[in-house]
Design a protein around this ligand. Sequence first.
Ligand code: NDP
Ligand code: BG6
Length: 490
Amino acid sequence: MAGEWHCEKRTLSKNESFPRENENMIETGCLSIIVLGASGDLAKKKTFPALFNLYRQGFLQSNEVHIFGYARTNISDEELRDRIRGYLPGGKERTEDVSNFLQLIKYVSGSYDAPEGFQALDKAISGHELSKNSMDGTSRRLFYLALPPSVYPPVCKMIKNYAMNKYDLGGWTRIVVEKPFGKDLASAEQLSSQIGELFEEPQIYRIDHYLGKELVQNLLVLRFANRFFLPLWNRDNIANVQIVFREDFGTEGRGGYFDQYGIIRDIIQNHLLQVLCLVAMEKPVSMKPEHIRDEKVKVLQSVVPIKDDEVVLGQYEGYKDDPTVPDNSNTPTFASVILHIHNERWEGVPFILKAGKALISRKAEIRVQFKDVPGDIFKCQKQGRNEFVIRLQPSEAIYMKLTSELDLSYNQRYQGVVIPEAYERLILDTIKGDQQHFVRRDELKAAWEIFTPLLHRIDDGEIKSLPYKPRSRGPAEADVLLEKAGYVQT
Ligand code: NDP
Ligand code: BG6
């Protein structure tokens, strides 16, 4: 069937206006972006490239922006620039954009828990603010913590004591923190309290980069601005929903970190659960960040406790060859978990969250499967069920499996449109003071409440990870679980 899909697209626009903490203040002061943990993996692969792309697109103007890297490693400005260069688009060719961007970056070395380093950092930032003739109190400081969570509390304390902007005439200090935010409910709450004593909630940006992905950002528009979906999106029509993440590579040098966390903490409790919220939430009162986050919290609070027989765990063969992984590790690199939402819209509809490393392909998608047509007269021709698929990556696409397919493939429909990286969007949102796509403290708590009992049982060895072959679909038991949940292969 030929057909074309239209849904609203949200792309970056310089004229977008977002609500800010100081709604009436005009932001004129210079902007300092400080990447803590600048020597690390995330900084070079994601944070600096995202900043570069924002710079290239004119969102970061060199007359008002400066970028600082901070970490313990003793390197010079030039050495940091050399580490980053190869990860920037055009970096190897040393284009003019790349050189100009790298010149904006200064490096300060120091520890994460002693004043000296942060005093030196503050001095460097203040020097930059002075050089830009920024009025006292108007400067903006964005601290991006590309660091292991164990150092968040001392780092936040140091920022608060030694590196805040001094006054508040429209200026601000914001903190971006990465996942994993805690290991379970108690540790996450402890971390939240420690940071909460130092910063107000509007200053804290808990990043989940899945919320910055193009099609995740468009989910609410898709659901609530298209009349077509409104009457269908409920238990009367939908049989089951799958939210799937697959990677075709293993833990690759991150085994030490991964073994402490496992796939549920790494992917499901945050990225997939955030997507579930947007798929399942009720229509918010408005598109204000607080209204959206209120609805997300309600969904999370309506999830019923997970049953052991609705969980399949797996670990790929070869995972324990990594010398940083203990030989007796039970840490899952694959999990399929069924969640049930106890509310009027979703009672009886299983939400299957599935994530795995070292699988057959790399893919992240949402599959909404509709119920069989009542009184179907085509049964003998095996028409299959309707399925609505939102492919988050690779090659963003939205398609509907009818008796044949309606397809909106982004790279066909929006040829030549460059889709910004998730991190670019989210950093820009932080600068603009828009917390819509960041996780609020109560949301985080509700997310941990769902998974903590299961995680504790796994940590205690009560649920075993089944072996699976690398580059496979994962344990066969996961397909059995899927069938049990009512999924019908189309
Ligand atoms: P790294 O292990 O590379 O750590 C970043 C920097 O932190 C290091 O360069 C090091 O800098 C410092 N550091 C490392 N370990 C410690 C420690 N035990 N105590 C104090 N400082 C330490 O981490 P990543 O860059 O991979 O990740 C940073 C954060 O982002 C983490 O929270 C991670 O979970 C999260 N994240 C990472 C992703 C990735 O793809 N890498 C993806 C999503 C989230 P120095 O020694 O110079 O001070
Ligand atoms: C990170 C996980 O949060 O997301 C990684 O820690 C994973 O293990 C990554 O590889 C996947 O992100 P993306 O955007 O490539 O799907």
